[in-house]
Design a protein around this ligand. Structure first.
Ligand SMILES: [Zn+2]
Length: 113
């Protein structure tokens, strides 16, 4: 489970931005997670709670937005959207040789102070 490492890095990033911009008290942070990033939003939320325990960000609202990714089948060329719980198979030919086009990223989208 690499979500813990991600949250740790996110917290450091938020903390750095808060210092740089002299923000007092972060109300909310929003993270955008692509469905092909391999990150499970629920785990991410749980891990955030664990890393902020005992820090100034305990009351910061943590919002995870899921961004639907896209992949292309290498066998038939079909491009399709991939939801969170989808099995990654081509909807056209059932192939599993897929190239991700988008949705592999996890980005810190917004910080509200
Ligand atoms: Zn296909």
């Amino acid at each position: 489970m690499h979500e813990l490492g991600i949250c740790d890095a996110l917290l450091k990033m938020v903390d750095q931005i808060a210092r740089d911009e002299q923000l007092e008290g972060i109300q909310q942070i929003t993270v955008e997670v692509g469905t092909l990033s391999g990150v499970v939003p629920k785990y991410l939320e749980d891990c955030w709670e664990a890393v902020v325990d005992g820090t100034a960000y305990l009351d910061t609202k943590f919002v995870v937005e899921v961004l639907e990714g896209k992949a292309r089948c290498l066998d038939c060329g079909t491009e399709f959207s991939c939801g969170v719980d989808d099995r990654l198979l081509c909807p056209h030919c059932g192939g599993d040789k897929l190239a991700p086009i988008s949705g592999r990223d996890l980005t810190l989208k917004e910080i509200i102070a």
